[in-house]
Structure formats: structure tokens, C-alpha cells
Design a protein. Structure first.
Length: 270
């Protein structure tokens, strides 16, 4: 059983519209169908105060933009973000870190939090897929995923425990390739930095990160990416101190306005 909301949170969420969805499977055996979290508030509900959001590193640009827009639409609200590897953020949530809202880059990392009773039901926020990132001049002449098996190339991947690393593992398995890895990074931003700094010939990162890097890198699509699409999930924590703002922010990022920001950055709508 999930820990109970505060009286204020319960009253707030009882008034919301409850809907049900089934989370799309992303290749993990332990995923389960989860009812959707309430994602709207009565129009009369006040939204203010500080909203603490933990979010996957690959959401940094879009969530920062959405946070500013949310603050502008809700005067008196301040959104504070903590971006990082979803696996590390999940551990912080279950360890009692003060957070109102958690956005994870995979169902598995969200499940860590929901199984511990530290978040309510989650909703699919967006989807993302991998691309090969190489420096703009592509010094390693990388053309596809098979090049990741070349020992003479410098290769960066996300660590297997984080969502971008788990997705990379699926892609390599689908391609029947054993990569020759030189460095494993703790989140996708760190893997991309290895490329932009010219420290590696190639890395596997999300398509959104390639787009955000602009002319600093070149993105190379590959067919096995279709076997490793990540669902991003978002959920209000059970111990949220500002549940009204958390529910309102979920509604905002799932709204047409929020989805336009996310899809413009390269995410796919759920």
C-alpha cells in the first residue's frame, strides 16, 4: 500500500478526474499496467509556492523551459529542478529526499519509486530513442552501430544501470554486436560531453541530446534504435509538500502546449 497523502493532498486529488492507461512495455520483464495519476485540478484550486522536481538529465532543456512558462502562468510559484541519472534520482526519492514530482527516463527506474510506495501512479510523459553521436567532423568515420565493435575507436556509453545505458544494451543485443567500450558515463549528458569535447569518436545518446547539441555533433540514426525506445514517466510523490503545484505541472507538461515544447526537442508524444 502507498503511504497516505496529507489531508490537503487527498482533498485536492479527490476532486481530479481519474483516468486509466496501460503503460507501454519497453522491454523490461517487471513492468506492470499502472492506473494513470490524476493530472488536472479544479479551476478554483490555487497553485503557488515552491515545487521541487526531480527529472532525468535528458529533460534538462525542455523542463527548464516548461518550468519558466509554468511560473509565468502561476505567479507566486517557483519550480526548483534536480536533474540527473534517473536511477540515482530514484534512489534519492526512496531515501527520503524532499521532492514533489519525479520524471524518469524509463519504466524500470520509476518502478523503483512506486514499488517503494514513494510515488503515486505514473503517466507516460514522452518517448525517446537513441542516436549515434559523433563529433561534427566525424574523425572515426562512424557510419552505424557495427562500428561500436571496433577496438581502435574511442567509444562512450551510458552505464548499464541508467536508462540510456539499458536502452543501448537492448540495441546492441538486437544488432548482435558486442561493443568495445572505453568509458561508461553516469548520465546521458556526460556521455554527450565526451563527444562535444572530442574525447571519443562516438557515443550512444538520445536523439533529443543530439538535437540540443546543435552543430557541435552529428547524429546518425540506426534501425536497432526502434528496439530500444524509452517511455518517460512522471508521477507525484506520496510525500509531496506541494501536491497542488505538482498535479498542475503534470497537467501542463501533458497539455498541447507542453507537448509542443517536448516534441520540438525531438521527443515523441505518448
Amino acid at each position: 500500500m502507498l503511504r497516505s497523502w496529507s489531508v490537503r493532498a487527498t482533498a485536492c486529488l479527490a476532486a481530479t478526474l481519474a483516468v486509466t492507461l496501460t503503460l507501454a512495455a519497453c522491454g523490461t520483464d517487471d513492468e506492470v499496467a499502472t492506473p494513470a495519476a490524476p493530472s488536472s485540478l479544479p479551476e478554483s484550486t490555487s497553485v503557488s509556492g515552491t515545487l521541487n522536481v526531480f527529472a532525468a538529465a535528458s529533460l534538462t532543456g525542455t523542463f527548464t523551459e516548461l518550468g519558466k512558462a509554468f511560473e509565468a502562468a502561476n505567479p507566486g510559484t517557483t519550480v526548483v529542478f534536480n536533474f540527473g541519472a534517473s536511477s540515482a534520482l530514484a534512489q534519492q526519492v526512496v531515501s527520503g529526499a524532499p521532492v514533489d514530482l519525479f520524471a524518469a527516463a524509463s519504466p524500470a527506474t520509476m518502478k523503483t519509486v512506486t514499488d517503494a510506495g514513494d510515488a503515486g501512479a505514473a503517466e507516460v510523459l514522452v518517448r525517446n530513442r537513441l542516436q549515434i553521436a559523433v563529433p561534427a567532423d566525424n574523425p572515426g568515420a562512424v557510419t552505424g552501430l557495427a562500428d561500436f565493435a571496433e577496438a581502435d575507436l574511442e567509444i562512450a556509453l551510458c552505464a548499464p544501470k541508467v536508462p540510456c545505458g539499458a536502452a543501448a544494451t537492448k540495441a546492441f543485443e538486437a544488432a548482435g554486436i558486442t561493443p568495445s567500450v572505453d568509458t561508461e558515463e553516469q548520465d546521458v549528458k556526460a556521455a554527450l560531453a565526451k563527444v562535444t569535447l572530442g574525447e571519443v569518436d562516438a557515443a550512444l545518446v538520445y536523439r533529443t541530446d543530439v538535437l540540443a547539441a546543435g552543430e557541435k555533433v552529428r547524429g546518425i540514426a540506426f534501425p536497432e534504435a526502434d528496439e530500444a525506445v524509452n517511455d518517460y514517466l512522471i508521477a507525484v510523490t506520496t510525500e509531496a509538500t506541494n501536491p497542488n503545484a505538482a498535479v498542475a505541472f503534470v497537467a501542463y507538461v501533458l497539455s498541447p502546449q507542453g507537448q509542443r515544447v517536448l516534441t520540438a526537442a525531438g521527443f515523441d508524444s505518448p
